[in-house]
Design a binder for this molecule. Structure first.
Ligand code: ATP
Ligand code: ATP
Ligand code: MG
Ligand code: MG
Ligand code: MG
Ligand code: MG
Ligand code: MG
Length: 279
């Protein structure tokens, strides 16, 4: 391609390659969704159709980007974890974030009518922001996910109690907020149980735990076997083999069934029982 005298402007681009060997988390969040969910009359505190739509968009993102190994969604946000060995877009943060955000947004809009057939989307359309954060170890990346799942629990307990006070207790928002100021988890559980006969433990898992999306490795093709772990390369020939292995691994990931579940991802159990998720 011929150079032009204007090409120097390319040098103004700032490098934003994320460090090697880090797990990359891309988190997206709906812009102004307090207003957006009110406009479309989402059930409070938790609208199932709205969450199903978020989950469907996230599953589509994972289908299109096999580098994503697991995702976690609550409310209007979704976190996508890219494998530490990811080489997509040379790990450039802006490319990764913008691709995840636009893919998610495109599917959210595309799938809207399937989840809300009676409510056509009108302006302003739903949009999402996004950021990428590199985590230098599995421990840090898992702590990130634990942070989001603890947030899910805290917010959901608060919101469930807040809306019970309004919908069942007849309080207005201001009074409900005042009632809950300074309360601990145990107090909220007690308010729910003694005043509204609600046992928080019996609330649906989707709201208590959030949504976890990962690859199941029950391969779509019946009878296909799961590959053995690749061996450590010891010479150049084997380095080549390991590259092919990596390609195979990527293809295997792309083919695996994507599953949505509402599980505890804070404890070791989830990860120990599914070692392939981070392999
Ligand atoms: P910002 O643009 O800063 O993110 P926001 O209005 O989106 O502002 P958030 O902190 O992201 O604020 O909160 C998301 C809002 O969307 C909350 O008010 C939450 O109740 C609402 N929301 C998201 N998903 C649902 C759902 N499935 N059902 C009911 N409400 C929801
Ligand atoms: P990448 O994902 O790396 O951006 P790409 O295929 O999008 O890959 P670009 O360098 O962005 O590659 O080039 C955009 C391509 O889209 C070109 O091949 C261009 O010819 C085609 N294209 C874009 N707009 C139009 C248009 N209006 N009419 C015809 N072709 C178009
Ligand atoms: Mg916010
Ligand atoms: Mg938001
Ligand atoms: Mg949010
Ligand atoms: Mg282009
Ligand atoms: Mg292009």
């Amino acid at each position: 391609m011929a150079n032009s005298k204007y090409e120097y402007v390319k040098d103004y681009e700032t490098p934003d390659k994320l460090p090697l060997d880090n797990w990359i988390v891309v988190r997206i969040d709906g812009r102004g969704f307090h207003k957006f969910t009110t406009k479309y009359g989402f059930e409070k505190p938790n609208d199932k159709k709205g969450m199903d739509l978020m989950n469907a968009a996230a599953m589509a993102v994972m289908t299109e980007l096999p580098d994503i190994v697991i995702s976690y969604g609550i409310s209007d946000e979704y976190s996508f974890v890219l494998h530490e060995s990811c080489t997509l877009f040379e790990r450039r943060a802006s490319k990764l974030v913008s691709t995840v955000v636009s893919t998610f947004t495109a599917y959210y809009v595309h799938l809207w009518s399937q989840h809300f057939p009676e409510l056509p989307l009108t302006l302003p359309l739903p949009t999402f922001d996004g950021r990428a954060v590199p985590y230098p170890s599995i421990k840090r990346m898992r702590d990130y996910l634990s942070w989001r799942q603890v947030d899910c629990h805290i917010n959901n307990l608060y919101n469930t109690t807040f809306w019970a006070l309004i919908q069942l207790g007849g309080l207005d928002a201001k009074a409900a907020e005042k009632e809950l100021a300074g309360t601990l988890s145990a107090d909220k559980n007690e308010i729910l149980f003694s005043r509204f006969k609600i046992n928080y433990n019996n609330e649906a898992e989707i709201w208590k735990k959030g949504s976890v999306v990962f690859r199941d490795y029950e391969l779509v093709e019946p009878g296909a076997s799961v590959d053995e772990t690749p061996k450590m390369p010891v010479n150049l020939a084997e380095v080549e083999i390991s590259k092919t292995q990596a390609e195979k691994e990527k293809k295997r990931r792309a083919k695996a069934r994507i599953t949505l579940q509402h599980l505890d991802i804070i404890k070791d159990d989830f990860w120990e029982r599914r070692p392939w998720v981070l392999s």
